[in-house]
Design a binder for this molecule. Sequence first.
Ligand SMILES: [Zn+2]
Length: 286
Amino acid sequence: MSLLNRFLLLLLCLTLPLAGWAKIEAQVVSSFTIPNEWVGLVIKHKIAHSALIPSGGELHGYSLNATDSRSLARAKLIIGINPELEPWLADWAQANRREKDLLWLYPDPLPSGSHLWTVPAEVKRMISRLKKGLDAAGVETSEDAVVQILKDVDAVEKDIRDIFAPLLPHERQFVTQHPGLESFAEAFGLKVTGSILQCSSAESADPSARHYANLLKSIRAEKVRVILSDAGQNPAAAQQLAKDAGLKAPTAVSFEYLQKPGTPGDTWVSMMRLNARKLADALQQP
Ligand SMILES: [Zn+2]
């Protein structure tokens, strides 16, 4: 091989990975799978977009790794739900002076029952905010796509209302593993009696003895029959509570993220229907 050829080969070897890297670099980076799906649905032309936390990972207590920081540094626009839910994203943007490129889909103080992506009316507001933010950042969006998403959200809301419609008033309450579903419950005429963990950021922490005793008291006083556990998280505390309260085993749900592509719950629409159905089945069982 001539020297020139060797040089050209070396050049090729050096530039190919760079070209590949540039191609997959995400222009829009979201905190987790749900806003990332919305980005993909709203944009007019295909662009690279990604989620920092992959399917199966939770927002609570997340910390950014080196790859995340690199993706964020290269992103044109960064999407999060709310600074209280994703404080690690707010901190990164502040430290790197990128606050102007960070779009919060729900920028206001967080109400209790913070998982607002489970509330159809809030989802519609977040989609509209996302569209405006993408347009402002020069990422073209599709009006037709937005209309379709809003229709889909309405359809999901109606389906979930129908799913819960047969429940009698005393069948509408449950205990969750961590706080967050209160606003979902409120939107659908249900009630979260309490949560095993007092704070969402301590996924695996055990509840205090006092909190546990109070929760057990509420379950008995209000005749709660269903305890939810977080799919993918350690269900030991939920199992113990169910045993101590004399209830059936906990029902695992996941309103936290989208499942891996090709599996049930891999879209917001199917995630909502699937978990609402699981919850309704658990509430209805004698
Ligand atoms: Zn959560």
